[in-house]
Design a protein around this ligand. Structure first.
Ligand SMILES: C[S@@+](CC[C@H](N)C(=O)[O-])C[C@H]1O[C@@H](n2cnc3c(N)ncnc32)[C@H](O)[C@@H]1O
Length: 245
């Protein structure tokens, strides 16, 4: 729970960080590529924070979107944004590990959420709940710390407003610290736990997904050829994943 309290304290800065170029040009672009056409689908956003991506799913045409977060404060913020600009998003305060949607959904999304699992057992539980929330052939997609190819200790993403520190080489359960610097100079930190690529792959298998793949992050077409992105793409700090029930 300490990580959740820490997160609430930086909620405003985290929301502002959506303006950092990498979050749009790489993070959001990669998610959109993984999602494809989701119009008319029922979608679930696991560990939704203030609902940034829950709202995006609705704007992309999902017929129903539910955002789930363990933090009452984050759900309050999401509901406040829904009141200000009604889109029809539904929010529920719950630990992901205990959540069951009223009806099976077509797509589950988890953006920077799996990294809150401190142990392989917690990660398996997270994946199992997401699997069980889906209809057969439903999809689970998201973004995470790059456990597939952990970046070398010397890799730097300062020009993108991002620093990442972790033991090199990392061991199961090690802290992964992200320090973000917004355009206005505000600095804040988000802490996750490192679990290995094998542990992730095993968690998806054990949850019952029939297909799982890592997805390289990609750059939105309008930015391709811009050398500014070279360092990010040489050692991406984040990776996508896509699984099918
Ligand atoms: C880094 S934020 C990501 C928020 C959102 N997915 C986004 O990308 O904007 C992580 C969120 O995960 C939530 N969280 C962490 N562990 C959780 C759990 N076990 N169940 C539900 N929410 C959780 C925190 O409260 C926080 O809002």
């Amino acid at each position: 729970m300490d990580q959740i309290k820490e997160y609430e304290a930086i909620a405003d800065a985290y929301a502002d960080s959506m303006r950092l170029p990498f979050r749009d040009a790489i993070e959001k672009h990669t998610l959109l590529e993984m999602l494809g056409d989701i119009s008319g689908t029922r979608a679930l956003d696991m560990a939704c924070g203030d609902g940034y991506y829950t709202r995006l799913l609705k704007r992309l045409g999902a017929s129903e979107t539910i955002g789930v977060d363990v933090s009452a404060e984050m759900i309050r913020r999401a509901e406040e944004l829904e009141r200000r600009e009604p889109l029809g998003c539904i929010y529920r305060q719950s630990d992901v590990a205990d959540f069951e949607p009223p009806e099976p959904v077509d797509v589950v999304v988890a953006i920077y959420s799996l990294g809150y699992s401190r142990t392989p057992g917690q990660l398996r539980r997270f994946c199992r709940v997401c699997h069980d929330a889906l209809r057969p052939e439903g999809r689970f997609v998201g973004l995470n710390d790059n456990v597939r190819n952990p970046p070398p200790a010397g890799a730097s993403w300062r020009q993108y407003g991002l620093q990442r520190t972790c033991a090199d080489p990392p061991s199961e359960g090690d802290a992964v610290r992200y320090i973000l610097t917004n355009d206005d100079g505000t600095r804040f930190e988000v802490q996750n736990c490192y679990l290995s690529r094998d542990t992730y792959e095993e968690a998806f298998r054990a949850a019952g997904f029939r297909e799982f793949r890592w997805v390289d992050v990609s750059l939105q077409p309008s930015e391709r050829g811009n050398a500014f992105w070279d360092d990010f793409l040489t050692h991406p700090p984040i990776v996508g994943f896509a699984a099918e029930r």
